[in-house]
Design a protein around this ligand. Structure first.
Ligand SMILES: Nc1nc2c(ncn2[C@@H]2O[C@H](COP(=O)(O)OP(=O)(O)OP(=O)(O)O)[C@@H](O)[C@H]2O)c(=O)[nH]1
Ligand SMILES: [Mg+2]
Length: 291
């Protein structure tokens, strides 16, 4: 499996809403969690860059959805945290709804990194996120953050507690009779603990694209430059003519929900679809228009 170099990650764009995120521009893994859980800090630690994602001790710092590219067609998304007390109730509810829609409908969502402060895990909205991931067949990993604030003993206790609670979310179904338990990764952005483990999970999720690069002998995985990327949003995309939609999904899957599109097992194993079509990949330069 190809190990991606997360240190090369570049900022691509900010989007005010999920609907305005570009489509057809790559597989993506989203960082979600309550406000102040440490999403932006972990992203920075993973990418070994101080200010890639803005962090703050004031909760609710990330108001926009920030998109980053690790390699061509390999993206990370930093989502605004939920549950921030100062946000008006109406906006909170709207944001929760759009998160649900994102998990259900986002076509190339490869996985969710669900962050919880290791001292306060499994808030009601975290459980809602887990529920959605299970329901819509989106792979998810639970990351317990700020572990440097706990003693080893306290941390062990929290991990046990979370693992026990996660059993309820590991539901066997007809298409997935023997589901794997949801993985829990303790991390500290400050002490740079657990980062490699997280990178390993992300590498697995991005494998549908990176294994194709390997097969095709493509070694230059420089992420696209934000100034040269043609951003197409949902609203603008009329035809199914992009690299990824051709590469990762067949036409029949268009407009279907994630659950309908991939079975959880297939998604996790990365065997859901015939992946990248080499001809299309060669055409990918079309998508990176020179200014
Ligand atoms: N001790 C410690 N503090 C951390 C760690 N990670 C983040 N923090 C602190 O927690 C606060 C929030 O971190 P952010 O990364 O901005 O959290 P966020 O989840 O992106 O927050 P929002 O964007 O508001 O949703 C900051 O003060 C960070 O310095 C960690 O591993 N250890
Ligand atoms: Mg943030």
């Amino acid at each position: 499996m190809l190990k991606l170099n997360y240190q090369r990650t570049k900022f691509i764009m900010s989007s005010p809403s999920i609907a305005k995120l570009p489509v057809d521009n790559g597989l993506e893994v989203a960082f979600v969690g309550v406000s102040n859980a440490g999403k932006s800090s972990l992203l920075n630690a993973l990418c070994n860059q101080k200010n890639l994602a803005k962090t703050s001790s004031t909760p609710g710092r990330t108001q926009l959805i920030n998109l980053f590219a690790v390699a061509p067609y390999v993206n990370l998304v930093d989502l605004p945290g939920y549950g921030y007390a100062a946000v008006p109730e109406k906006l909170k509810i709207e944001w929760q709804k759009s998160l649900g829609t994102y998990l259900e409908k986002r076509e190339y969502l490869a996985g969710i990194v669900l962050l919880m402060d290791s001292r306060h895990p499994l808030k009601p909205l975290d459980q809602q996120m887990l529920q959605w991931c299970v329901e819509f067949g989106v792979p998810v990993v639970v990351v317990l953050t700020k572990t440097d604030k706990l003693t080893q003993q306290e941390l062990m206790k929290q991990i046990r507690l979370v693992n026990e609670a996660l059993v309820a979310f590991t539901v066997a179904s007809e298409e997935n009779p023997d589901p794997e338990p949801i993985q829990v990764i303790p991390v500290s952005a400050v002490k740079k603990r657990g980062i490699d483990k997280l990178a390993q999970v992300l590498d697995t999720w991005f494998a549908p694209v990176t294994s194709k690069y390997e097969q095709m002998g493509i070694t230059d995985l420089t992420p696209p430059d934000k100034n040269s990327l043609v951003i197409e949003t949902q609203a603008e995309q009329e035809e199914d003519n992009g690299f990824l939609s051709n590469a990762l999904a067949s036409k029949e899957t268009k407009g279907k929900t994630n659950k309908q599109r991939y079975s959880p097992t297939a998604r996790r194993l990365g065997t859901s679809k015939p992946f990248v079509d080499p001809k299309k990949l060669q055409n990918k330069s079309k998508r990176y228009k020179k200014k």
